[in-house]
Structures are given as structure tokens and as C-alpha cells.
Ligand binder design. Structure first.
Ligand code: URP
Ligand code: ZN
Ligand code: ZN
Length: 461
């Protein structure tokens, strides 16, 4: 063995057991009690909980959006990820205007490869203007990009696809056994409510939320689910935020559609009351935060299995960028940070508070994203032969999530009122320690690109 983690309590999707963990060549090589050390480097977990590293299938590093660019590049963003126990991300390629999809892929690779501190994969955003490039889909799948993001809103930002175009892209992706990830909000409702609010002189952050009601999400989730099923493609609804949205997912799943839903920690632990605060614009993201009842229904969805994954939708903007929308909520760049706080929040607010079990947590933060996005069992579990991507959680360590404790490149924290009980104290990426006691000890550029291949679809055949 190269390394042995001793005194570990290992948590999987189904079990918690005590063991020493042997690591060789960056992979899990053995479990046993009192493993002979034989000169291997020893890491004492001190009875801490060892979990598979989080797979955050929803990040936006260096993302050009709403007239600015998200504040973390692939370096700072993946350092933040590593420091919170996220050992793989899947980011979204946004092709520039008049850049082909394949050019955009190579552009992203050239920017990300030298900087990433943990392993990463990529999804492709497919915009209306890229419809002439449907024939590139099989090539992208061959290059390890089998998942395509489609937007049902953000028409003015040039991201939205109309229904006919959605259906066209879905059919093509289905033929290649790929997956569509969908931002589901009804654009018509949103544009009308935005106009009405601006005409009435309602400019503050709370009108962002009031212009994006949960029924706009529910309508689009239902439409996306039917369109994808009709097109014969598996689907994945990103950042589900509401009880109505969750009902639409459950309905589609009850009909046997191959549809997964992701929610984000901010929809589980924050509510729309924050929009009344003077710094309310720092909490502006789409869809917006909802009510306590919505949070409860999303936790229930995780427990019942209708919500399968947690992603962060990490898209941070610093307060100076958020200030672009001081007098007009439509100019606030949408997005919040999150990849570093998935594990602390899901453990402390979820497991510790008995909203979910430790098995639910491992399933939604790691195993399920790995399965859905073609990384399992290399990642998403700690079986013999899997990458040694893991986090050791000190289950009683208390950390207040203030900006100075976090590694993302922004000057505030949307969670600074929360003190977690339980925090990762050591994180490994392919057997290399990348975080120890709150400090990044890895290397930018040491992460690898993860070409992904999805299993041939069973339920759709
Ligand atoms: O507000 C958000 N979610 N910003 C990032 C882009 C997106 O819609 O996922
Ligand atoms: Zn989105
Ligand atoms: Zn997003």
C-alpha cells in the first residue's frame, strides 16, 4: 500500500463500517482491520466518517453571463471544491457567439486543464444559434461529452430554445444515448411578470423572486419531461427549487419516464425572506429561493428518492458585480457560490438534523451523480478499484460559514448565519491529499479531464 487511512468509519449508500483503508496508485486497494503498515504513509481518521468525495455535476467556472463573468476560474473554483470535500465537478461549456461546439470544447479544455485542482468533466450548452450543429452531437459524445444543457428561459441572454428546437436537440441526443439537462422555467410567465414589475417601479431584489413563481417552474418541468420522453432521451432537471416542481417530477416518474431531478443546498436551507435584506441581491439566482414549505418538500424528495442528486449550481459573483443590479433586479447577475459547502451543509443541515440519513447523503451527493453522468464506479463509491476520492468528516467540528473560512473568490458568504456541526478535515483526490484542516494542500493543474460515457439507455428502449 502507498497510504493507509486508519481508524475510519466508512459510510456508503447502504452501510457504515469501521475499517482501515488501503490505497495504492491512487485507488482503493483493500479494507481490513489493523492493516499491516509495511512502510505505507498513515493517515489517522481518528474515528471520523469517511465518505466518497462529492461529485458536483453543476458548476459554472469562468462563466460569461449577464454582462460579466463568474468570479471563480477553474483554479479558484476547484480549490474551493477540494476544500469542502468535492472531488469532481462537471462544468458547463458555453460556446461563444460564432464559435462551433467543438471549438468551444477545446477552448474550455485549454483553459481548465492547467488550472483544475480536482478532476472534472464537461457538459455542452446547446443554444438556439447552435441548431445548425446537430451533426456534431455524435462527435461530442465520442470526445466524452454525452450531456447537453438546454434552457427553457433566458431568451434575452440568447440561451433559450423554443419547444420545436428543444425537441429537435432532444431527439438527436437520444439517438446517441446521451442525456439532456434542462433549466426548466416558463419564459413567458417570467418575461410578463418582469415587465409588469418594472412598469410598476418595483426594482428591488425581491421582485426577481416574485417574477419567477414556482408555477413557472412546475409548468416547464412538466413540459420538459413530456418533450424528453416523446423524443426518447433521458433527462435531468437541474436546480429544482419548489414543491410544485417536485410534484411535476413525481408525476413524470410515476409514468415511468427516465427523468432525474437535482436540487441545490441553497433551496434546502435558505428561504425567500433574504430578499428583504439590504444585501438581498447577493441571494439572487434562478430559480429564486422559495418558502419553508418548499424546502421541506425538497428534503422529503431526497428521502423518498424522487430527487436523486445534489448539485451546487456554483456561479459566484462578488458584491461589486451584484451591485450592477442595485436599482434594477434584472441587472443582478444570477448565481451564488456553493461547491465548497455541499458536504458541510448536507451533513449538518441534513444528516445531523435527521432530515435525511447518511445513506441518502452519500447517494445524492456522490453515487447518483456518478451513475447518471457516466462516472460510476470509477467515482461515486469507495469499492476496491475506485479512485481514492474521499473526505474525512470530523462529525463534531463546528464551523461558521463566514467568507473568511471559504475559498471561493468572493467577498461575502450567503451562509454566514449558519454554523455547521461536522466538517471535512481531510480530502483526497486520487489518493493525493488536497485539503487538510481547512488549508488547500493540493496543486492546481493536478486534476484530470474525465471523458464520460453513458450506459446505453435501458428504460427508453
Ligand atoms: O442563477 C443561476 N442559476 N445562475 C447560473 C446559470 C443557471 O441558470 O444555471
Ligand atoms: Zn440554470
Ligand atoms: Zn447552473
Amino acid at each position: 500500500m502507498d497510504k493507509i487511512v486508519i481508524n475510519a468509519r466508512v459510510a456508503t449508500e447502504t452501510d457504515v463500517f469501521e475499517a482501515d483503508i488501503g490505497i495504492r496508485d491512487g485507488k482503493i486497494a483493500a479494507y481490513s482491520h489493523h492493516m499491516p503498515l509495511d512502510g505505507a504513509e498513515t493517515i489517522d481518521a481518528k474515528g471520523g466518517l469517511v465518505v466518497p468525495g462529492v461529485i458536483d455535476a453543476h458548476t459554472h467556472m469562468d462563466f460569461p453571463f449577464m454582462g460579466t463573468t463568474s468570479a471563480d476560474d477553474f483554479g479558484s473554483g476547484t480549490v474551493a471544491a477540494a476544500c469542502g470535500g468535492t472531488t469532481a465537478i462537471i462544468d458547463f461549456i458555453l460556446p461563444k457567439q460564432s464559435q462551433s461546439l467543438l471549438e468551444a470544447l477545446h477552448d474550455y479544455r485549454s483553459r481548465a486543464d492547467p488550472l483544475v485542482a480536482v478532476d472534472y468533466g464537461l457538459h455542452m450548452i446547446f443554444k438556439q444559434e447552435n441548431l445548425t450543429e446537430l451533426e456534431s452531437v455524435p462527435q461530442l459524445v465520442k470526445e466524452g461529452i454525452p450531456s447537453f444543457k438546454l434552457f427553457m428561459t433566458y431568451r434575452r441572454e440568447g440561451l433559450m430554445l423554443d419547444d420545436k428546437s428543444l425537441f429537435k436537440v432532444m431527439k438527436k441526443v437520444g439517438q446517441t444515448h446521451g442525456l439532456v439537462a434542462i433549466h426548466a422555467e416558463n419564459n413567458g410567465i417570467i418575461e410578463n411578470l418582469v415587465e409588469t414589475n418594472l412598469e410598476a417601479g418595483n426594482f428591488s431584489a425581491k421582485y426577481h423572486a416574485l417574477s419567477k413563481p414556482s408555477l413557472a417552474e412546475a409548468e416547464a418541468v412538466g413540459r420538459a419531461a413530456h418533450l424528453a420522453h416523446a423524443a426518447g432521451v433521458r433527462s435531468y432537471i437541474v436546480h429544482l427549487s419548489s414543491a410544485y416542481g417536485a410534484e411535476a417530477i413525481e408525476y413524470a416518474q410515476s409514468r415511468g419516464y427516465d427523468i432525474f431531478a437535482e436540487t441545490c443546498p441553497h433551496y434546502l436551507v435558505l428561504t425567500d425572506e433574504v430578499y428583504e435584506r439590504p444585501d438581498g441581491r447577493n441571494f439572487v439566482m434562478s430559480p429564486p429561493l422559495r418558502s419553508k414549505r418548499d424546502c421541506a418538500s425538497l428534503w422529503d424528495g431526497i428521502s423518498s428518492g424522487s430527487i436523486q442528486t445534489i448539485g451546487s449550481d456554483h456561479c459566484p459573483f462578488n458584491s461589486q458585480q451584484k451591485d450592477y443590479g442595485k436599482g434594477d433586479f434584472t441587472k443582478i447577475p444570477n448565481g451564488v457560490p456553493g461547491t465548497e459547502t455541499i458536504l458541510p451543509l448536507m451533513f449538518s443541515e441534513g444528516v445531523r438534523k435527521n432530515r435525511i440519513t447518511i445513506f441518502d447523503m452519500v447517494r445524492v451527493t456522490s453515487s447518483n451523480p456518478a451513475r447518471r453522468f457516466g462516472l460510476y464506479p470509477r467515482k461515486g463509491c469507495l469499492i476496491i478499484g475506485s479512485d481514492a476520492d474521499l473526505a474525512i468528516i470530523d462529525t463534531s467540528k463546528r464551523v461558521r460559514l463566514t467568507a473568511d473560512k471559504l475559498h471561493t473568490n468572493i467577498d461575502y458568504s450567503v451562509y454566514d448565519h449558519i454554523t455547521t456541526e461536522g466538517y471535512p478535515v481531510l480530502v483526497m483526490s486520487r489518493g493525493r491529499t488536497v485539503m487538510e484542516n481547512g488549508e488547500f494542500v493540493g496543486k492546481k493543474g493536478a486534476g484530470e479531464f474525465l471523458p464520460r460515457e453513458l450506459e446505453e439507455d435501458i428504460t427508453l428502449r
